[in-house]
Design a protein around this ligand. Structure first.
Ligand SMILES: Nc1ncnc2c1ncn2[C@@H]1O[C@H](COP(=O)(O)OP(=O)(O)OP(=O)(O)O)[C@@H](O)[C@H]1O
Ligand SMILES: [Mg+2]
Length: 503
């Protein structure tokens, strides 16, 4: 803010303030400082977001590992079961079918319906109630199905794959075929299906009951595991759902904390910035005050001499050149006005000690209104008062508070010009303390100027010093009170002062 001393058309010294450009750069510097203050916090914010993503990925991975493990356990258990069953089948078929068939028919020939029925009866009897889908027996010399509980398969060639070859080599093994995944739960992928095929060598049984080395074929036991597999997929779905919900809640809580912390930090950064600016401004004002006080003091004495000389001159002119007294009167009037400006400058520049005492605010308001009434009448301005009858006392410096209110009221009259309304009301505040509101129906203050009006030397009047509201604010602040303004262009302005309770 740079105060510029100018002379206007009437050769009157006035002080104006150049603001727009300096304000713009001030705002950007302010924004930069604020951003710089918030950088470490922003890093924390990004860190929290990225850690959430990592946790989510990790949870998905974990759910996959758990369900994979469950699938392996399911396969192992069922394979064990199939192996036991196959061993039993091996024994039963060899003892109750192979040996009797060789004795009775001289060899095994499943094309013989009697032999087939015998074998079929034995196998169906063994697997009855065991939740086995099918039992198939492959020939050992050719890859051909000799027997199956599924009649369509009998006689089919080359159906045994590498598992069949392995089993022929004496090694039992299994194949788990499955289809479907978690998306099957939402019917977005194919249905969940799973079947376990276990291939076991069909061995000759010795007389002592032990299995011999001769491999006569391969037994394939097929078990449908779709239900168990569907349970595993459901478990996987549940893990993903639960962890997503937990993650979601965690994310929301974290976001709330982060945004709350952000608000607090931004508030603190703003507060720090405000204090810094205030400190800078008070330093600048202190220098300015000293300068203004010195200059004003130097002007005051010669001004007194000019005024008294002009008064003497007026008397002499009256005798020597009657009719020209008004010339000397102009000098006197202007020195009076200049003097009041100088007094205002001094008032602003010199820190004054308050002499506080308990007093009713209504008394000071009435004094101000009494003083201003003739001017109100002259300008045909209506005065509406609403002074609270039971207004509590406040601790105020009567003279200085009178001055503060007068400055506001004078501004109100100037903003109205002629014919309008001024409303003055007082009231008790809820939490103790008192309030005064001064409203005028004047020109109002443009939004971009509202922030400036309390700054010293800000004025848009030809004959204004721009110190009226700065002095008022100084006085209000020194009482621990607060002043605020609410204005709308062409609709008027309201100044409100909240005064703390008297202790
Ligand atoms: N009630 C009001 N309505 C409209 N504008 C106002 C009002 N009060 C203050 N202002 C604006 O705020 C500016 C600063 O007011 P302030 O009282 O500090 O200085 P001033 O009135 O211009 O000069 P002076 O030092 O003579 O009081 C005014 O120039 C005016 O633009
Ligand atoms: Mg003023």
């Amino acid at each position: 803010m740079i105060p510029v001393i100018q002379k206007n058309a009437e050769n009157v010294v006035c002080v104006m303030v150049k603001t727009p450009q300096s304000n713009q750069s001030l705002d950007s510097v302010r924004q930069q400082k604020l951003e710089a203050g918030l950088v470490p916090f922003k890093l924390v914010k990004y860190f929290s977001f990225s850690s959430l993503v990592v946790i989510l990925v990790f949870t998905l991975f974990l759910s996959w590992i758990i369900s994979n493990n469950a699938r392996e356990v399911m396969m192992e258990q069922n394979e064990e079961y199939s192996l036991l069953l196959a061993e039993n089948l091996n024994q039963q078929v060899f003892r109750r079918f192979v040996l009797p068939a060789v004795v009775r028919y001289g060899g095994i020939k499943l094309s013989n319906p009697d032999q087939f029925e015998l074998l079929n009866g034995i196998i169906l009897g063994v697997i009855q109630g065991l939740k086995i889908d099918s039992v198939t027996i492959y020939d050992s010399s050719m890859n051909i199905i000799s027997y199956s509980t599924a009649p369509d398969l009998i006689g089919k060639k080359d159906m045994g794959e590498e598992e069949y070859i392995k089993a022929l080599g004496g090694v039992s093994n299994s194949r788990l075929a499955y289809s479907g995944n978690v998306f099957s739960l939402l019917h977005l992928a194919e249905d969940v299906k799973s079947e376990l095929k276990t291939f076991i060598p069909f061995r000759q049984v010795r007389q002592d009951g032990e299995e011999g080395n001769l491999i006569m074929g391969v037994i394939e036991i097929e078990k449908n595991l779709s239900r168990s597999y569907a349970n595993i997929i459901r478990l996987q779905g549940r893990i993903i759902l639960v962890s997503s919900v937990v993650m979601g809640i965690l994310f929301l809580v974290l976001r709330t904390i982060v945004s709350r912390a952000g608000e607090i930090m931004e508030k603190r950064a703003m507060e720090r910035l405000r204090l810094e600016e205030k400190l800078n401004q008070s330093e600048r004002l202190a220098h300015l005050g000293t300068m203004v006080a010195t200059v004003s003091h130097e002007i005051k004495s010669p001004l007194g001499i000019v005024r008294s000389t002009a008064e003497i001159l007026a008397k002499r002119i009256e005798k020597l050149a009657p009719g020209n007294e008004h010339l000397a009167k102009i000098i006197v009037d202007e020195t009076i006005r200049l003097n009041s400006i100088v007094v205002e400058f001094l008032d602003f520049a010199r820190p004054q000690k308050l002499s506080l005492r308990r007093i009713n605010l209504n008394l000071i308001v009435k004094k101000v209104l009494l003083f201003i009434t003739p001017e109100l009448k002259k300008r045909r301005i209506e005065l509406v008062t609403d002074l609270a009858p039971g207004l509590k006392d406040s601790r105020l410096d009567e003279e200085r508070f009178y001055r503060a209110l007068l400055n506001i009221v004078i501004n109100a009259l100037q903003a109205i010009g002629e014919g309008g309304q001024v409303q003055v009301s007082t009231s008790n505040l809820k939490g103790g303390g008192t309030r005064i509101a001064i409203r005028d129906s004047g020109s109002g203050i443009p939004e971009e100027k509202v922030d400036q009006i309390f700054k010293p030397f800000f004025t848009d009047k030809n004959r204004g010093t721009g110190l009226g509201l700065a002095i008022t604010k100084n006085i209000v602040d020194s009482h621990g009170a607060e002043i605020s303004v609410d204005s709308e262009v062409d609709n008027g302005t309201t100044f409100v002062i909240n005064i703390p309770p008297a202790k």
